[in-house]
Ligand binder design. Sequence first.
Ligand code: 0PR
Length: 381
Amino acid sequence: MDEKGLPEERVLEILEEFRSRDMTYTSGRILGSMCTSSHPLARRVYCDFLESNLGDPGLFRGTRELESCVIGMLGELLSEPAAAGHIITGGTEANLMAMRAARNMAGADKPEVIVPKSAHFSFRKASDIMGLELREAELDRDYRVDVGSVREMISDNTVAIVGVAGTTELGRIDPIAELSDICIEEGVHLHVDAAFGGFIIPFLRDAGFKLPEFDFKLPGVSSITIDPHKMGLAPIPSGCILFRDETYLDAMSIETPYLTEKQQSTIVGTRTGASAAATWAVLRHMGRSGYRELALRVMAVTSRLNEGLKDLGYEPVIEPELNIVAFNHPSMSPEKLASRLEEMGWAVSVSACPPAIRVVVMPHIKVEHIELFLDDLKTLI
Ligand code: 0PR
């Protein structure tokens, strides 16, 4: 650090130079991300609540109330208005909290967790941090978890089974209803990772899409991850963990003697209330109808991409269920294709299972961007 500080203007100038090297969502060139431009209202509210700290909620009673309202609204969206939970940093923290609650509730000697092979890598972090043995269940031909494989892995030490509603790579929805039956039968915690799908599946179902149930309506579901900073249009960091009731939070609460709140269940201590306030704002402003329109719009763009790819001779690996398209070139490897596309200014990602180019059709991707993308893909075929 320099002894003498710089004038504000100079600091901002330098920062602008750094920022100009970042990609932007609005360019339509970020095709492999699950984040997107946040809603302008959410952004404004985020700044207004920047100093609020939900780690000491007695000082920020209004903001705490906003967090409770968001938990109520998202609980209702996911069929359990009395759900308990928190607004946190994202899907990783939500999954960590779910695994921690499940482990503490079960009290097994050598806790094991069964996750689909398609589960997000945050479960590997949870396993490492908490000493959980991770058992990876096989997928079926449609890349959904194979329920038979899950059954075979259950032991006396199983503390949780995880199902994904909207997998990271393909947007697949696991057979959560079947997992729910198993978990009731076995008395095991079922955690549903709907970090991505939580803000789109309910709205597509409202609009008549034939998508399976995945939420608290299924009696075996104990917890759900749903991320406002993915399809919810909230600013980063905004995640949400919901539990069927308060007992799961109690199972991991720690005493906080000198704070205004005597118990804390979150992993993070000092934590912003801005995410809760911004999420509250965007939920109230969009309403169900706003999110339904958004969901239909991204699915229309997804279909256009999927059809355009087939017309050009590319090979989609599945028919998209949600707004993720994964496809291959008839002869070029996905890595090679990704780097050719990068040279053309497109940031796509490459999925591992199966190997493919993966495009997440987030709200910032418009039909005109897809047309330009298809034009470029045409030159590579
Ligand atoms: N669960 C699922 C199903 C996810 O897809 C993700 C993230 C998480 C949990 C973890 O969420 P956080 O990253 O909020 O902790 N899925 C994307 C991924 O890791 C996130 C992402 C976002 C990746 C933006 C790239 C990007 O540009 O692939």
